[in-house]
Design a protein around this ligand. Sequence first.
Ligand SMILES: Nc1ncnc2c1ncn2[C@@H]1O[C@H](COP(=O)(O)OP(=O)(O)O)[C@@H](O)[C@H]1O
Ligand SMILES: [Mg+2]
Length: 497
Amino acid sequence: MFPNEGRLRLAFDSAPMGMAIVGLDYRLLRVNKALCEALAYDEKELLASTLVDITHPDDKRRDTDLADKLIRGEIPSYRLEKRFFNKKGSLVWLDLTAVVIRNELGEPQFALAMVEDITERRRANEALRTSEERYRSFVVNSSEAIWRFETERPIDTKLPVDEQIALFYKYGYLAECNDAMALMYGHERADDIVGARFGDLALAANPANVHVLRDFISNGYRLQQVEISEPDPQRPRKCFSTSLIGIVVNGFLLRVWGTQRDETQRKTAEIELEHSHQQLRSLAAYLQNLRERERTDIAREMHDVLGQSLTALKIDLAWIKKSLPDSSNKAVLAGMKNRLNDATRLLNETIAAVKTLSTELRPGVLDKFGLVAAVEWQCQEFGRRTGIKSECRLPDAELNISPERSTATFRILQEALANVGRHSMAKNVSIELKADDQELSLIVRDDGRGITTDEALAPDSLGLLGMRERAQMVGGNFTVYGKPMEGTTIEARIPVV
Ligand SMILES: Nc1ncnc2c1ncn2[C@@H]1O[C@H](COP(=O)(O)OP(=O)(O)O)[C@@H](O)[C@H]1O
Ligand SMILES: [Mg+2]
């Protein structure tokens, strides 16, 4: 029986692919070493069984159907990828080719089966498919746009930048993208825009975005999260954050991968937030100014009207006292004098109180003599009232600054000193006011317990917030800094013009 003898037999036995001679009853008549290895049986075991025995049940029918056709001469051969169980019971995939050998009369004698073990290839393909699927589902389900642009002709990266850009507009086309990208470009599905020329996409066509390509090229064909915006005037302006990676091989740009996030909502929210901050700030400024004006008015009224009438009253009382007649009734007279003395004392106290009140509301010195004088006065007042040794360093001459700026600086000083008095436990405080032609700065430094970072940052530190707000309202800034047991320093810097 073929291939019984000699070279043919040698070729059969040592062929790298599995071979078997199969009887018309599917019994294995001869098997080679490679087949034994593929199926992990030894020769004897295989010869004792049929190919059908070790075929996976699901593949049996297909195989025998084809084999029957082959034997009947309806087909010259067949090829089939089918599953077998090896001796250990594991699945083995074999790529099987079968031909039938006939005698001179054309009667089928036996079949020759040649098999190649494709288990590994199958497994690798399977793994590839799974990873491909995983990658697909990432891309498809991503809320970020993901795309790949190919260039119909590779672009020479040695060309001048603008030439490269022109070529990319001409030859770049969208080879692949996900639905998220289509949505960002106003389409429904990826299929609607795949194939589009780079230059035909609205975002790319916007001249305002060309700089992105220029940066991309000069940055070595890479860009991380640059902002681009949509030009379409019909629709609300959209903003995207884009990252790009170009694939350059042998100095030629072949394709560009990109991802893009829609930042419109975040941007809009940011702008709105900034807007409402701005509004709040203006409102605060308006209220502060209003309060300051009212205080000034009340202080003036108190000083002018109340103060003057009280002084007039005092003069009248003094006159009455002097002009009291020498009454014969000494007791009555003494009583009247006492009453008059009491009334005069009360009046003096009231005059002093009105003066203090009106000064506290709005120190006249600020309006009459200016900021430097007002700071000096406030410093002395503070020392006198609290017993904390207060020294101040001031510019030689009055400053030429707007009333808003002097008021802001002065109120910051008052609040800072109030804090020193209330919280610092300091023995000394130094107040420094200095100015050049750019800005003035007010520094209040105490040697008390030192404000902590938590206190300085606490949201309910409204005094500090007020100082910062005052400084910012006139275009300046405010800092506060404390060191435990060494004291607290606040500084307000305010532009002069
Ligand atoms: N000079 C200071 N020395 C020590 N602690 C201070 C000083 N100034 C402020 N602080 C701390 O910071 C907190 C916040 O100050 P502030 O905003 O003015 O609020 P308030 O004076 O109403 O408590 C104070 O309660 C205090 O604990
Ligand atoms: Mg305070």
